[in-house]
Design a protein. Structure first.
Lengths: 81, 145, 145, 81
């Protein structure tokens, strides 16, 4: 399945891009996807191993399973206001 | 007026105040966040706000709806600006109007506290010496793992 | 800007917000009281505010100074309008600006609560049927005998 | 000594005037002054016997003594905001 990664703020700067697309085996969790992204290198290895994530715009757990075409966002600690 | 907005445009606080203070609402509390000229004694030239825009819009709507429900009756409105902001620019404005004052303070306070906890927005501070850094933030409590 | 004002003129809330939100103050809370169109389900046409003007000015200055002292740093401003007010007119506005948000909520809240307790101001409500009455008030706590 | 009375809101309506001046014996308290005003009649008897008072723009007790030319204000329960 294809997963679309979104990176913001510090995480975008670390990984050097705001968007990635990766193919992952069916049944992969959000945590598996983060590991796959970090293993890709090119700066992505500097991302934290257990970031806050959102799946399709909702806060999610790293244990949540992904589905094809899901949008997985890696969110640094938030600092609005 | 849309109750929760993420925008790149300047925030019209007067319009928010008017919209929250209609003839049925005798009390309005407006909270405004402004880009400061210093942080921890370091002089600041401006701030860049980044956001996961689509999700931030959803989360801000949720926060405002929660505050409105807790208030019982009245109006709650929130606008968060993103993009490049200068010193003195309004970054966030929240207006809560209701027949009596106590719930308006509580609602405005709730919205800003929840924004700080949950809204997927980040800010990069720019300093007079040309440096910049992403400010440390908070881990949203519903997803601590 | 004078920090505490009793006036017969319309209140300029935007000017208050600007004055409290200078470049050092990242957070501003503005509280606004508006003449409502009803009270206890009775339709209201307007309100007359009476005041012991000289004393009210002194007391409002005291209240604002107390809030400012409690806040530590920042700006507190309060304006109370008197005379004949129409539905939707702003009767009172309080702005508190400081580097951080919590003290601004506390300061604005303190000022409005103390106004209700201590400021020598009275209001006569006018109803659609032509009747009018002075609204019941509070006995200032420092003089209960 | 001469004392200037100020009346506001409901109290002004009850007494039918916003200002009075009365001569009082030296040593009179604010409470004595209120009693003297009420004894004057003409509506003033409808004022409460123990109102909140201010002497020269400061909240005061009915036991406080007055001085010549003091301004004594009778204040209904306040209702600002």
């Amino acid at each position: 399945m294809r997963i679309r990664f979104l990176l913001f703020a510090l995480y975008r700067d670390l990984a050097g891009a705001e968007e990635f697309e990766l193919a992952l085996p069916d049944g992969a969790t959000a945590g598996d996807a983060v590991s796959a992204l970090r293993a890709r290198g090119g700066g992505s290895e500097r991302l934290p191993p257990r970031p806050v994530v959102a799946i399709n715009r909702h806060y999610a757990s790293l244990d949540d399973r992904l589905a094809d075409n899901d949008e997985l966002a890696l969110l640094p600690p938030v600092a609005g206001g | 007026m849309t109750p929760a907005v993420i925008t790149r445009d300047p925030i019209d606080t007067a319009a928010l105040l008017d919209a929250a203070g209609d003839a049925a609402n005798g009390a309005v509390t407006l909270f405004v966040g402004v880009v400061r000229d210093h942080n921890d004694d370091r002089p600041v030239t401006g701030m860049r706000y980044d956001a996961y825009e689509a999700m931030a819009s959803d989360v801000l709507h949720e926060i405002v709806a929660e505050a409105r429900t807790a208030m019982g009756e009245g109006t709650v409105l929130a606008v968060h600006r993103i993009g490049e902001l200068a010193i003195g620019d309004v970054s966030v404005a929240i207006a809560a109007g209701a027949p009596h004052r106590a719930p308006t303070f509580d609602a405005a306070r709730y919205v800003i506290e929840q924004i700080k906890l949950r809204l997927p927005v980040w800010k990069e501070e720019h300093y007079t010496d040309g440096a910049a850094r992403w400010l440390p933030g908070q881990v949203p409590p519903m997803v601590q793992s």
